[in-house]
Design a protein around this ligand. Structure first.
Ligand code: FAD
Length: 425
């Protein structure tokens, strides 16, 4: 008779929830562990930061998901290590024994050792990061209103974004539209067209993973929207009121946003396994750890090469790995074996602004309105929770028709945190 196994899944991100969904209701005990009690849809965080969405609309309660997954329970805990020999996950709430373990703790921002950048820049990783950045942006405009010095006023309205990948491009487009379409009306006393959004990219191209035709479209489109795109440029230093470039040039700016790279979540370094690029862990082709066929590593934490290149740290890779890990455990229990993991790339996309996006899928390239529509629909589809989908869609429709972003709120607590962080802007 089949024995009931305890399967612990660490991380309720894109990979973890897919693994749980594959395993639920199959007669095993599933223990979900995350330090947050929600799943976060990170790709829309930049819309929280640019006042387009409430943060609650891009997160979903893990317990609400677990209710629909028979045999599943949730532990709100920070995982601090794994004892592979004793088959125990160590958390800040005690240890959890496992028969199988799936680790998908994701990634954190990589500042590449630039301490001043780490200290003075913003990033988007956690749910609260979006609201913190929104508060900072709106506070900068409030301060600009009362700033008598024209150069400080301009610096308060200068936003430097580092990283020309999808996050940097999407944030730059959304921010310039916020300034030109919405804040221009909110702040009649400011010349908001003097505001600067500067996008800095180290290589000679934006959206490196996209075909050239779409990269060129993205560059032209952003420049036509008045985003200053600096290619072959790097930020090397930062302070509360300035950003220093690789050639010594200084951009007076009160806001630096960093989206130039990610590395494996700190949990990876505690596992005592060899680190691959970005501190990631390299599993076997079936996603298990060497000598531990009962432990799977998935998502951003996993370093896996396919056809000579490392798989990207993206949501589709994490989701496919999660589903695979779930099915592989069921196969092992049934006495069969899955073929090695293989990622099926269905394409990639990025939105630039109103009616403008780029998408590359099934060997075809799309840009402009059609790509933008597909981007909207796919993001709604992958967002978890019916209510979230409705709320997000309403916000988008409202913004599209009325040029208004509803969440233009500064929460007091975040203002204080912000002032402490930068010594006051
Ligand atoms: C701003 C932003 C925009 C993005 N845009 C896109 C996009 O447009 N398209 C795309 O494909 N990808 C995008 N990504 C990347 C995508 O979100 C990640 O590749 C994906 O989330 C990875 O999934 P994961 O399951 O590995 O980890 P995550 O989804 O990051 O989940 C990890 C989970 O582990 C939990 N956790 C971490 N450490 C611990 C611990 N020690 N103890 C307990 N729990 C822990 C976290 O709370 C989290 O819930 C974006 C990422 C960011 C940050």
């Amino acid at each position: 008779m089949k024995t009931k196994k305890r399967i612990v899944i660490v991380g309720m991100g894109f990979g973890g929830i897919r693994a749980a969904n594959a395993l639920a209701g199959k007669g095993h005990e599933i223990v979900l562990v995350d330090r947050n009690n929600y799943h976060l849809f990170q790709p829309l965080l930049y819309q929280v930061a640019t006042a387009g969405l409430e943060q609650e609309s891009i997160a979903y309660s893990v317990r609400a998901m677990a209710r629909k997954w028979p045999g599943t329970r949730f532990h709100l805990s920070e995982v601090i290590g794994v004892d592979f020999a004793r088959r125990e996950v160590r958390t800040d709430n005690g240890s959890i024994p496992y028969d199988y373990l799936v680790i998908g703790a994701g990634s954190v921002t990589n500042h590449f050792g630039l301490h001043s950048v780490e200290r003075y820049s913003f990033d988007l990783k956690e749910l609260t990061d979006g609201e913190r950045l929104r508060n900072h942006i709106l506070t900068a405009f409030e301060r600009a209103v009362n700033e008598p010095d024209p150069s400080r006023k301009r610096a308060l309205m200068t936003f430097v974004i580092v990283g020309g990948g999808p996050t940097g491009v999407e944030f730059a487009g959304a921010l310039i539209e916020l300034v030109h379409f919405v804040l221009a009306k909110d702040y009649p006393e400011l010349s908001t067209h003097a505001a600067r959004v500067v996008l800095v990219e180290a290589t000679d191209m934006l959206l490196a993973a996209m075909p050239e035709q779409l990269r060129t479209y993205t560059l032209k489109k952003l420049r036509s929207m008045s985003v200053e795109v600096l290619l072959n440029s790097r930020v090397v230093d930062a302070g509360p009121e300035r950003v220093v470039m690789h050639d010594g040039a200084v951009i007076p700016a009160h806001t630096l946003f960093w989206s130039a790279g990610v590395k494996a979540a700190p949990l990876a370094a505690t596992l005592g396994l060899p680190a691959r690029p970005g501190g990631r862990i390299q599993p076997e082709p079936d996603l298990t750890l060497p000598n531990h066929p009962e432990v799977f590593v998935i998502g951003d934490m996993a370093y896996l090469e396919q056809d000579g290149a490392a798989l990207p740290m993206t949501a589709p890779v994490a989701m496919q790995m999660g589903i695979y890990a779930g099915k592989a455990i069921l196969a092992k229990e049934a006495g069969t074996q899955m073929p090695p993991f293989r990622y099926h790339d269905k394409g990639s996309m990025a939105t630039i602004g109103r009616n403008a996006a780029v998408a590359s899928a099934f060997g075809m390239n799309f840009r402009g309105y059609l790509a933008w529509l597909v981007w909207l629909l796919l993001h709604l589809y992958y967002l978890i929770g019916f209510r979230n989908r409705i709320v997000v869609m309403l916000n988008w429709v409202w913004y599209y028709w009325f040029h208004e972003r509803q969440v233009r709120l500064i929460t007091r607590r975040e203002v204080e945190v912000d002032a402490n962080r930068s010594g006051g802007i």
